[in-house]
Write a protein that binds this ligand. Structure first.
Ligand SMILES: [Zn+2]
Length: 372
């Protein structure tokens, strides 16, 4: 009898300890983040991200007269990389990186972010971000082919048990529609010159305008429309996961319009400000939302190939990643850190929301530990 009671008591303690352990595990896996916003800026080099205006690029491009007399130099030049990048992205550096988040990828500070696919162009990069894995033999062109591998967006919609509007993707480049989901219709997706409508009358006007005011490129609409549609969706449907894919930076670079690359980044900085101010004004998002910002690939690192990228272009394997949110206390630039990889982003997004991405893809990169 005595023995029985003691065994029973011991059993009771075991249950209490198991419950405590389970609680500890779930508490560490689920932080404060309830919403995740992923933003990509197509083909933005580490050179501009961390150093602003690259003098070597405009020196090579200035055929007549002095570099100092160019509009670009007058607008964006300053003595240090820190001053120069603040001229391009003042809100990002002065507010987000000072008070709310951090950025990896400045190799001069001992932090490297790399892609693991060997192609160094867009579809493979976006697919690596969204599936957590490079598939070099399957994903080897920018053609409109359905992604054969399920993405983190599809995984999160299933795990969160929410409707399709609650996991949404907006992108300027039309091919992204084919990358974000392996089963069409799993999430809300609006890309390229695609109609976007909801109950908001103002967005109906913006929607009409995207077809009238076109970019030079058939497959990429202006980021101005993509951003406004995404913001309208955010206000109207309050998604738990939003992916915003901005594209113009890449196309202006291919066209060797360095002025437009920097202007687009400056506009993007203002979009980040508008987005941040909206999130801070919303009880669903304030202090419960993590923003990850990154790029699909880098570009060449010399004045001769800064506009180019691809498997044989040195420098295009280097990218960067910013993380802004309530679960990471890191601020500003990462220093002297182990290299992180593009294939870790999907698992990091999942972990932020308390899910283990290896359930969907055991071969995906692991969550970026330093962010937790
Ligand atoms: Zn790209």
């Amino acid at each position: 009898m005595n023995l029985f009671r003691r065994a029973n008591a011991r059993h009771g303690w075991t249950i209490v300890l198991m419950l405590l352990a389970a609680f500890a595990v779930s508490a560490s896996a689920q932080g404060k983040t309830e919403n995740v916003i992923l933003i990509t800026l197509d083909g933005v080099r580490t050179e501009e991200m961390f150093g602003g205006l690259d003098l070597a690029v405009i020196k090579a491009a200035t055929k007549k007269g002095r570099v100092e007399d160019t509009a670009l130099y007058k607008t964006y030049w300053a003595a240090t990389p820190e001053e120069r990048r603040r001229k391009v992205m003042p809100f990002f550096w002065n507010v987000l990186m000072k008070r709310h988040g951090s950025i990896a990828g400045d190799r001069s500070k001992g932090s490297t972010v790399q892609i693991t696919n060997s192609h160094r162009f867009s579809y493979p990069g976006y697919s690596e971000i969204l599936t957590g894995q490079a598939h070099d033999d399957e994903i080897k062109s920018n053609d409109k082919l359905r992604n054969p591998n399920p993405t983190v967006l599809e995984f999160l919609r299933r795990k969160l048990r929410v409707g399709p509007q609650k996991v949404a993707a907006f992108a300027s480049w039309d091919v992204i529609d084919w990358i974000v989901e392996s089963k069409p219709g799993t999430i809300a997706s609006n890309t390229g010159y695609e109609k976007y409508e909801n109950l908001d009358q103002q967005i109906a006007d913006t929607n009409r305008l995207q077809f009238e005011a076109r970019t030079p490129w058939d497959s990429v609409r202006s980021d101005a429309y993509t951003f406004r549609f995404a913001m309208s969706h955010l206000r109207m449907y309050k998604p738990r996961v939003l992916y915003l894919g901005l594209g113009e930076t890449d196309d202006w670079a291919h066209d060797q319009r360095y002025d437009r690359v920097l202007q687009t980044l400056q506009l993007t900085d203002n979009y980040l400000k508008q987005l941040w101010e909206f999130l801070q004004s919303s009880p669903q998002y304030k202090n419960k939302t993590t923003i990850l910002i990154t790029t699909d690939h880098g570009r060449g690192n010399t004045p001769a190939d800064w506009h180019d990228h691809g498997s044989d272009v040195e420098g295009a394997q280097y990218i960067w990643l910013a993380a802004i949110g309530p679960d990471s206390r890191l601020l500003g630039e990462w220093r002297d850190s182990p290299t992180i990889y593009q294939n870790q982003i999907a698992a990091t997004m999942s972990r932020l929301l308390g899910f283990d991405y290896s359930e969907q893809n055991p071969n995906a990169g692991k969550p970026i530990e330093k962010l937790f």
